[in-house]
Design a protein around this ligand. Structure first.
Ligand code: ATP
Length: 330
């Protein structure tokens, strides 16, 4: 689907010698014409045309590579029902999209998570309020007492009742991009990023006094992604975290083949180097986009520029060559 990380996925397929096609909503095709990485571009007026398109994809023996926008535009129900070949485990989407199930999974994996407060009355430290389904961090706010919570909530979001109250972790955000292949049975760290957010990333440019005077509130609307390389001594722990998440996913009820392919742990690292994980994305994340030509980590492992998009294509290619395609289709 033409959005999110499609350029990278298309180029990755091409670099591995596979034919590719991209489906674009009208208006987006220009991107895929300008950057000539697609063998074919199909344009649609709306995603409601999906059912017809799916038949076409099946006829062509295409394999769908899901990314963040794919799941959010089509919705998990339509994705679940899809008959076309699909890279990844569909069942894992439910574990990823339900906040309680996701938390259960991460806790079982032995990860450190921000505390969750059941009731506003329990707030005893800075917390971040997250509305469910708030794409791109829209509307999140930070408070440190029940009184402050009700003041903001009643004034700005009186009708929103689906939210979580999470301990606000002060530290450096780090998004770790993993890849686990059921074919090689190896977990790889492909790259890492931090997000470039408006206005969270610009607030520090003015004095606290001026922020108060201008009545500026922090927002986390994502604009882009910035590459990060971590201190090398953190790597063993990051590998263990990814390994645990994969291992536990195989034992989760109704999670099919478990987690494989690209995924991302979204973390905040405190000054004491504690790693708090606040979310998992069980698919390719847009934070891998700065690494179309590979990352410092993939440069150490591969003798060709290896993006996450290309790694997916290679997994598919190796599965086909070994007669194990079924193992990587959801
Ligand atoms: P996604 O797009 O991955 O589904 P999102 O964009 O809706 O998620 P989050 O990833 O939940 O939003 O986070 C938005 C912003 O809030 C990020 O900058 C993140 O670092 C910050 N954030 C989230 N949870 C916490 C927390 N517990 N403590 C401190 N900052 C947090």
């Amino acid at each position: 689907m033409g959005s999110h990380s499609a350029l990278q996925i298309l180029k990755g397929a091409r670099d591995e010698g596979m034919r590719n096609l991209v489906i674009c909503k009208k208006g987006m095709e220009r991107v895929y014409k300008t950057y000539p990485v697609a063998d074919e571009i199909i344009t649609v007026d709306s995603w409601d045309e999906w059912e017809g398109l799916e038949k076409e994809l099946m006829k062509r023996k295409a394999i769908i590579i899901p990314h963040g926008s794919f799941v959010s535009y089509l919705g998990p129900e339509r994705v679940k029902k899809m008959k076309a070949m699909y890279y990844g485990t569909k069942e894992i989407l439910e574990w990823e999209s339900d906040r309680d199930m996701e938390r259960q999974w991460l806790l079982k994996s032995g990860l450190l998570l921000p505390k969750v407060f059941e009731r506003p009355e329990d707030i005893d430290r800075p917390v971040i309020i997250k509305f469910h389904g708030a794409g791109g961090g829209f509307g999140y706010f930070v408070v440190k007492s029940a009184e402050q919570f009700y003041e903001v909530k009643n004034r700005k979001y009186p009708d929103e009742n689906d939210f979580v109250i999470q301990e606000y972790i002060v530290g450096a955000p780090l998004y770790i991009h993993y890849f686990y292949s059921p074919i090689t049975r190896e977990l790889e760290i492909m790259s890492m990023d931090k997000r470039y957010e408006s206005n969270a990333d610009s607030i520090g440019r003015i004095r606290a006094e001026d922020q108060l005077a201008a009545n500026i509130h922090t927002s986390y609307t994502i604009v882009g992604n910035i590459p990060v390389v971590v201190r090398e001594s953190l790597l063993p722990q990051l590998f263990t975290m990814g390994q645990q998440v994969v291992k536990v996913s195989k034992r989760l009820p109704r999670a099919g083949k478990g987690l494989f392919g690209p995924f991302c742990l979204e973390a905040i690292i405190t000054r004491k180097l504690e790693i708090y994980v606040f979310e998992i994305s069980a698919r390719i994340v847009a934070g891998t986009n700065p690494f179309i030509e590979g990352s410092p980590y993939t440069a150490l492992k591969y003798d060709v520029p290896m993006s996450t998009g290309r790694r997916i294509a290679r997994d598919i290619k190796q599965a086909i060559e070994k007669g194990r395609l079924k193992e990587i289709l959801g």
